[in-house]
Design a protein around this ligand. Structure first.
Ligand code: AMP
Ligand code: ZN
Length: 140
């Protein structure tokens, strides 16, 4: 439990949720302000702010649960697809600083946007710049 974290309070049962999945490490529940029917949040029970803060075994647990839940959520609401995403850090739009994946079911003609819509102004990068960035990420 971390301070007054809403999601820790849900894990501790102090705030109610519509839980759809639970194991020792992971909890999944419906988003209280859904972007679509079946909008589900998947969280580690342990409080960590950002994805890179998770220890590897917890990261594995949450991704295994996510993997299982995507098809289950889509099936339950008869969706045609889904967007799966995570706001990682305040600059990305993360409002609750406890790691959580969103599973947002999508329906043909629902008027929503693809995940490409999340970025700011797109940079104009030539191939050398792309190569330099790739090297920085790869640690070359
Ligand atoms: P984010 O902007 O990625 O931090 O998203 C936080 C999400 O948590 C939003 O989609 C909210 O609708 C959702 N949310 C906030 N409070 C609750 C709550 N008590 N139960 C379920 N979902 C919540
Ligand atoms: Zn928390």
């Amino acid at each position: 439990m971390s301070g007054d974290c809403i999601f820790c309070s849900i894990v501790d049962g102090e705030i109610p949720s519509h839980t759809v999945y639970e194991d020792d490490d992971v909890l999944a529940f419906l988003d209280a302000n859904p972007l679509a029917r079946g909008h589900t949040l998947v969280i580690p029970k342990a409080h960590q702010s950002q994805l890179q803060d998770l220890d590897p075994s917890l990261a594995a647990s949450i991704h295994e649960a996510l993997f299982d839940l995507v098809g289950t959520v889509e099936g339950a609401v008869d969706a045609d697809g889904s967007n799966v995403g995570l706001n990682n850090g305040e600059a990305s739009g993360q409002e609750i600083p406890h790691v959580h994946y969103h599973i947002v079911p999508r329906f043909e003609g629902d008027g929503g946007s693809p995940i490409h819509a999340v970025g700011g102004a797109a940079p104009d990068l030539d191939d050398d710049e792309l190569a330099a960035i790739a090297d920085d990420i790869a640690g070359d």
